[in-house]
Design a protein around this ligand. Sequence first.
Ligand SMILES: *[C@@H]1O[C@H](CO)[C@@H](O)[C@H](O)[C@H]1NC(C)=O
Ligand SMILES: *[C@@H]1O[C@H](CO)[C@@H](O)[C@H](O)[C@H]1NC(C)=O
Length: 404
Amino acid sequence: MGARLLCLCLLTALLGYYIYSPLPPELAQPGTVMLASAALRALGHLSEVAELLGLMHYMEGLRLITTVELVAPTSDENVTVTDTELGGVPVRLYLPKRPPGGLRRAVLFFHGGGWCLGDAGMHGYDLMSRRISNELNAVVVSVNYRLAPLHRFPAQFEDVYVVTKFFLQSKVLSQYGVDPARVCVAGDSAGGNLAAAVAQQLSEDPEVKTKLRAQVLIYPALQALDLDLPSYRDNAHKPLLPRSLMVRFWSEYLSPEPALRAAMAANRHAPPEAGRLLPLVNWSRWLPAAMRGARTPTRARPCARWRGAGGAPALLDRVRAAAGAAGALRCRPRRSVLTCEHDVLRDDGAMYAAPRLRAAGVPVTHHHAGDAFHGAMTFLAWPLELAVGHRLFNTCVEWLKENL
Ligand SMILES: *[C@@H]1O[C@H](CO)[C@@H](O)[C@H](O)[C@H]1NC(C)=O
Ligand SMILES: *[C@@H]1O[C@H](CO)[C@@H](O)[C@H](O)[C@H]1NC(C)=O
């Protein structure tokens, strides 16, 4: 009996130790955050073991997060929801039932998940699209682009670009009753990367006559050249996106070469040709002074080993992979950028919203949440519901109401 009790106590302690992770005091509802974070960590460890045993790819294991969160396309009293295809790419489409009262707005939404996970049908994303459609009386197209490792860069970008171009044709816009002057792209995390890339590429595409009104970037990933920015250092072990996972996402997206991940982990992956791009992601220059603080400047250096290696060409693609490397200056649609303090991607977003853009005449709104972590906005329904998630989402909806 005593031995069993001892075993039970040990197990409980072990479980407690596993779930408990010290969180920054600013994060509210720490219990929910810790549970979500522990579940993700546990799944990560299981997926690593499964990969070591040759049973499945690490990302296939992690994809369980997507699977358990999937909901069917169900219409409600306000919105008609269907899974369909636009331009040959699968999308989940949200059409408001309210009488249009004139032409409607439209939002093209790209979900997050590191280019490897996620689905428009995940509960959190489905709720977001539904509410945007209802509250803005807008057509929402949430794109199910192809995922890595089966499909790598630029497949994800190509899918969302095909859908966007297809949708922007006059005959398609009028079929859905959409005002050509009120279309925007939006995305979170890797989806924010895709949204910025689409906005950038469209502004250079002579075939597209209709221009986007806005881009909404929610804790976006915008560059892979320097993975040692202050935000990567400060938040390497915070929920829900530790630095190691972000490194894995970037490397899976850009290249099948396993060595790229090790090089990225050491931040020794920028090829010599990156020399001219690195100043564009120089945080000691571009971060707002308040976020830069009194830190000693670090310097990302190109690494000769990566000359011609698998990941290099994609790393240098500053339109489709790294819009944050300031090619974005030429890109006009007004932008809203949300960043979270406790997020490895904080500085990517902060540099993209930096004053250099305002100086270039691009209207920018930067919301910085001091009490939020990466992924917080998807926590919109029980059991994964957070007040901060609702607040961030409302901020986003309000911005859309005023700017789209
Ligand atoms: C439908 O819209 C109304 C008004 O915006 C809202 O109060 C209601 O909760 C919505 N219904 C659903 C199922 O979301
Ligand atoms: C980064 O910017 C700082 C401040 O403007 C400057 O002193 C430094 O030389 C820059 N570093 C690189 C690598 O461009």
